[in-house]
Design a protein around this ligand. Structure first.
Ligand SMILES: Nc1ncnc2c1ncn2[C@@H]1O[C@H](COP(=O)(O)OP(=O)(O)OP(=O)(O)O)[C@@H](O)[C@H]1O
Ligand SMILES: O=C(O)[C@@H](O)C(=O)CO
Length: 425
């Protein structure tokens, strides 16, 4: 297998978002959980997305895991590696985008790294280095209240400069609009001044196509699904990859009971849970009971099991920003997040033992905890449920044939849970 594109994603939902984008753009793509073991049977593919759970861990660990993934991908022929980050640039001043970018840049000998989280299909655009989420700047969007990494500055040149050892520059929209050659000239100018990374504006998919043509001639880029789209289209349009169509039956029916788990506290997920109440049984977990060791997991399993035969169930820990802040004040941010993630993983494990084979999970960290617990080594990409969220077929899972959907917190329409289960038969 010689890869046309290697990708390292800093969380599992982000990885499936990217795998979905690459598949839709014609690349045969597989998503692996961590660096694949040598005995994992992978089909012949154009792109591998290695999913890490490195967005919110200590920067040094994020660097070493990303480096190991890069080494594996380069070893399979990947001339270009995309480090997939969140389209809302989720990170703190301690990292992990800057430190990982610096390390991969050093490894790949890249003079100047192209960076853009733009993903216009989901309303993420970058103009003059400022990230917009829909109509508002990042720092006015719901991301300002994220439980793990509140985003309070929309200027990504500043944000990345606080995390990285290199100088960060800007390639503005006017330059991108003038085309690939103008972008190359600007990058050469920046690198001549010793600038090692450039935030690139992108508002429309056509901007990402221009960026993709330039990026494909570099060894490393950093961004969300939008730059993945640009790279994939460049690989197809320059004939480096022969476009493949369809999901290859990755979403064929598995049957059996279905369940949804929500650990995301995003505004979008809160609305989706409220709407799901109309069409499925919903249990809201008591977070204080989880934190104080009371048997909240057993209560959830006892609630779910008798209902599974009658239709899907949804179990949610999600809460409003005020409730999240209050819980974090009582127990600490990391302790609260970790305990709830582990409770979700316990619940998932028990549900699968009870026969659940169709599982929808909302939230990147939550999905990471669940997928790790289920011991799933990789996924094939099926139908698209919503922008950035495909149906996934587990490969090599201990529980056998399973369909999952891993939803990034902010993604999906108002009826996401019903939409997902409608495609997961
Ligand atoms: N009620 C709650 N109070 C505090 N923290 C919570 C609560 N419910 C869930 N959490 C924690 O909040 C975090 C949510 O992160 P997660 O990545 O799962 O969702 P997200 O950030 O919305 O999704 P994404 O990363 O895909 O955008 C997790 O660590 C989760 O355990
Ligand atoms: O890019 C995005 O917004 C998503 O794929 C994601 O990474 C959210 O966790």
């Amino acid at each position: 297998m010689t890869l046309a594109l290697g990708c390292i994603a800093d969380d599992y939902t982000g990885a499936s978002d990217l795998a979905n984008t690459l598949t839709r753009a014609g690349l045969r793509t597989v998503q692996t959980i961590g660096v694949p073991a040598d005995d994992l049977a992978l089909p012949e593919v154009d792109a591998v997305v290695v999913s890490l759970k490195s967005r919110s861990i200590e920067a040094g660990l994020a660097v070493s895991r990303s480096r190991a993934a890069e080494k594996w991908l380069r070893g399979r022929g990947a001339g270009h590696v995309l480090f997939k980050i969140c389209s809302t640039f989720d990170s703190t001043d301690a990292g992990n985008i800057g430190p990982v970018m610096d390390a991969l840049r050093a490894d790949s000998g890249e003079a100047v790294v192209l960076v853009t989280p733009a993903f216009p299909e989901t309303g993420r655009t970058v103009y003059q280095g400022n990230l917009f989420v829909g109509a508002v700047p990042l720092n006015e969007s719901p991301l300002k209240d994220h439980p793990l990494n509140p985003m309070r500055d929309s200027n990504l040149v500043r944000v990345l400069a606080r995390q990285s050892k290199t100088q960060v520059g800007l390639v503005d929209l006017a330059t991108v609009t003038r085309g690939a050659e103008a972008v190359r000239t600007r990058l050469a100018e920046l690198s001549g001044k010793g600038t090692g990374a450039a935030i690139i504006d992108a508002v429309f998919d056509r901007d990402l196509e221009t960026i993709g043509l330039v990026a494909a001639q570099h060894r490393l880029s950093v961004g969300a699904s939008g730059i993945g789209l640009g790279l994939a289209r460049a690989l197809v349009s320059t004939g480096k990859v022969k476009s493949a169509a369809g999901s290859g039956g990755a979403d064929a029916a598995v049957g059996g009971p279905a369940a949804c788990l929500a650990g995301s506290c995003s505004q979008a997920t809160l609305q989706q849970i409220a709407n799901a109440e109309r069409v499925m049984a919903v249990l809201h977990l008591d977070q204080d009971r989880i934190l104080t060791g009371a048997d909240e997991v057993q209560r959830a399993i006892a609630w779910a099991k008798p209902r599974l035969a009658d239709g899907p169930v949804l179990i949610a820990s999600s809460a409003t920003p005020d409730q999240v802040a209050a819980l974090q004040a009582r127990h600490g941010r990391d302790a609260a997040g970790h305990a709830i993630e582990q409770a979700m993983a316990d619940i998932a494990e028990n549900l699968v033992k009870s026969g659940v084979r169709r599982l929808v999970v909302a939230g990147g960290e939550t999905s990471g905890a669940v997928v790790d617990r289920l011991g799933i080594p990789g996924f094939l990409v099926g139908a698209e449920i919503a922008a950035g969220v495909p149906v996934l077929r587990a490969v090599g899972a201990e529980a056998g044939d399973m369909l999952l959907a891993l939803k990034s917190g902010n993604f999906g329409g108002p009826e996401f849970f019903a939409d997902a289960l409608g495609l997961m038969r």
